[in-house]
Design a protein. Sequence first.
Length: 238
Amino acid sequence: MFAPTAGFTLLALLLALAFVRLGAWQWQRGSERSAERTRFEQGAAQLIELGARAAGAVPLYQRIMVRGQLDGRHQFLLDNRTFRGRAGYEVLTPLERAGAPALLVDRGWVPFTGTRSQLPPVGIAASGSVELTGRLALLPGPGLASGRAAPDPRAPWPKVTSYPDMQQLAAALAAPLEPRILLLDPQAPFGYLREWHAPGLEPLRHYAYAIQWWTFALLTAIVWALMSRRPSGGAVPR
């Protein structure tokens, strides 16, 4: 006999709805990641000159050519950045431009030296005007807000920082900055290890999580149906 109780039915319904919504959210995230990766790939199709325009005036991930002077005296080391499982930093160097805010150039990844007291050497031999190519991108963000650490104003240059925002970097430089950074092309000079990818998880990971949540919703319905069955009544033997 099928005789579900009201309390158990309500609990199962709430759980199933929660799993369905979580699955829909992950599916949406997968669609967003897929669209972002498409934009990332399409951005390399054409190289344009930025000139004195603002970085926000061209599409995100657009590959650009920009001229300016690299400021090797004031650099940032982005902490907690890994490369193929190894710990290290990404090097951000301001590119001073005539008539426009400085543009931070991500010159790539350098390995952790093994001690915080000895930072990797990231000096620049360039002097005078340089011409760089790369993609416009946003600063990397942390999974948790607790992972943020602004540059220490008392620390010497280069300053170590973990997932800062652009306002914090501009304050440390005491100069305005473009809201985007330049991911230096792998073949461009003045760089370190560079293998740029669109940010975030692979879209398939999000789709897999969505299917997992929807499977939980189906299992909840099955468990509710099985637990709601009662033995059929019958004559009691004497």
